[in-house]
Design a protein around this ligand. Structure first.
Ligand code: ADP
Ligand code: MG
Length: 468
């Protein structure tokens, strides 16, 4: 309902920004929106301060409608947008763009009416799906093959295959993408299906509000209406507000399961490591399919970059994409952020790209610290010292526990940190075959998620090998 009071611009921006991030993705948020500032809102036009001309051009060219939509939704009235370069703000990592005019000419305001579907979304407590997160734009590789297959199966026959599907991984590895791909697929197959997508955080907030305002019954009705219920970032269900949200979640979950509706959940940890108090809920979560997503190897990172560049309509030489893929190994979101920045330069300024420009543009993102190529010998030696074993034992035939674990760790690190193929790693580690290498790699990858001590020890080994 429209109100007479004009919301404060800062407040409006803080409400609109999370919704906007859901549409444009975290990469755009990190690269272009984080350093923006709300300057003014007069009830009609919102003035947004952006740090550089480059960010302004990019946001105007690609996201003006999204920004207007989210502001309109937050303000409950149609909002026009005006962007201004505010030079005193944080400077970007990338090379300096052409200097902005001292006092920018007035911009034509872009106006978009509030979303017509807003009411429907509110009805189901759902968040709009990001149109980019489809199965078509998801690169399938060893690190995600199982989760992808399970997601596709669920999308093809929701409620009839397995429920819940539980996807877990570290941040930025594709959980949200896969979940939303299910939502798109179901909607396309059956436009009248009620697909509800929301984060557990939003669920918790809705529970709290419903309890406070005495609307619990209404809240239950709307959530139990979904045919496909996609709940993201489930780790937030363990709310500091007490067990009420967990209970409410459990009831909704049970209701939907019993009525053969499809539930898909994503979280940063597998069910047994979720900090929830309700053991019945935990065991129900474990009864479905639990699929993890692991960090992609370098070839997959290149393939993802190629797909993203193609989606942006850009023909970036493979050599540059390979460079980015070897430099950035942390997560796909960061990888995408770097590519976005390169794309922006490429398309806005039409500069011929050189490798040194690419290097400079992504210098802030680089996580692979040194250019020195890590060898299999380096890894073997370091692992041997760490585990107080002889290198010859690690590559040797013995199969007792004390030596198998360091061997598996060394193989894991070799696969993660070098470009050697499975068979050449196997050959180096005592003439082992390709499937033994894969088994060792998978073993460590699984434990990384299950056991925090393993995570830390691998983390330390990697840092030491990178010379950090
Ligand atoms: P998470 O939810 O696990 O934190 P996201 O689903 O938000 O991760 O993924 C982060 C970014 O990486 C998104 O932009 C997503 O499109 C991209 N991404 C992740 N996995 C893939 C993949 N296999 N193919 C293409 N893009 C991917
Ligand atoms: Mg996510």
């Amino acid at each position: 309902m429209p109100t007479n009071r004009t919301p404060d611009s800062g407040h409006l921006w803080s409400v609109a920004l999370p919704q906007l991030t859901k549409r444009v993705g975290h990469a755009t948020l990190d690269s272009f929106l984080r350093n923006t500032i709300a300057l003014d809102f007069d009830g009609h036009t919102f003035r947004l301060g952006v740090p550089t001309q480059f960010a302004k051009d990019w946001l105007e060219q690609r996201h003006a409608d999204d920004i207007c939509d989210c502001l309109s939704e937050a303000a409950d009235v149609p909002v026009a947008l005006q962007m201004e370069v505010t030079s005193s703000m944080a400077t970007p990592a990338a090379p300096a763009p052409p200097a902005p005019p001292v006092s920018p000419p007035p911009q034509p305001a872009v106006s978009v009416s509030a979303r017509s579907e807003a009411a429907t979304h509110e009805l189901f407590g759902s968040t709009p799906l990001n149109p980019r997160y489809t199965f078509g734009s998801f690169v399938v590789a060893d690190c995600n093959r199982f989760a992808h297959a399970a997601a596709l199966q669920v999308a093809k026959s929701p409620g009839r295959s397995y429920s819940p599907l539980f996807i877990h991984s570290k941040v930025g590895l594709g959980k949200t993408h896969l979940m939303q791909a299910i939502g798109h697929y179901v909607k396309q197959d059956n436009p009248s299906a009620n697909v509800v997508y929301l984060s557990a955080e939003s669920f918790v907030n809705q529970v709290i509000t419903a309890i406070r305002e005495g609307h619990v019954e209404q809240f239950r009705r709307k959530h139990r209406y979904g045919d496909v219920w996609l709940v993201d970032d489930l780790q937030f269900i363990a709310s500091i507000e007490g067990p009420a949200s967990e209970e409410e979640f459990f009831h909704t979950f049970n209701f939907l399961s019993e009525t053969n509706k499809q539930v898909v959940l994503a979280s940063d940890a597998p069910p047994r490591h979720l900090k929830i108090m309700n053991d019945r809920l935990r065991s129900r979560l474990e009864m479905g399919i639990v699929a993890d997503l692991r960090a992609p190897d370098v070839e997959t990172r290149v393939a993802i970059l190629e797909k993203k560049a193609e989606a942006e309509g850009l023909d970036i030489p493979r050599e540059f994409l390979e460079y980015v893929a070897t430099k950035i190994e942390s997560n796909i979101r960061v990888l995408e952020g770097a590519l976005l920045k390169i794309c922006a330069y490429y398309s806005l300024y039409e500069m011929p790209l050189t490798l040194s420009m690419v290097e400079e543009i992504i210098s802030d993102y680089s996580t692979a610290a040194s250019d020195k190529k890590l060898t299999l010998e380096d890894i073997l030696e370091h692992v041997a010292v760490t585990f107080q074993a002889e290198p010859s034992e690690i590559t040797g035939p013995k199969r007792h526990k004390e030596i198998v674990w360091p061997r598996q760790v060394a193989i894991y690190l070799a696969r993660e940190m070098t470009d050697h193929s499975l068979s050449s790693i196997g050959k180096f580690f005592g003439g082992r075959d390709h499937s033994t290498v894969l088994h060792a790699y998978n073993k460590v990858s699984d434990l990384l998620i299950e056991d925090e001590r393993v995570l830390w020890s691998i983390n330390d080994l990697k840092a030491a090998l990178r010379g950090e």
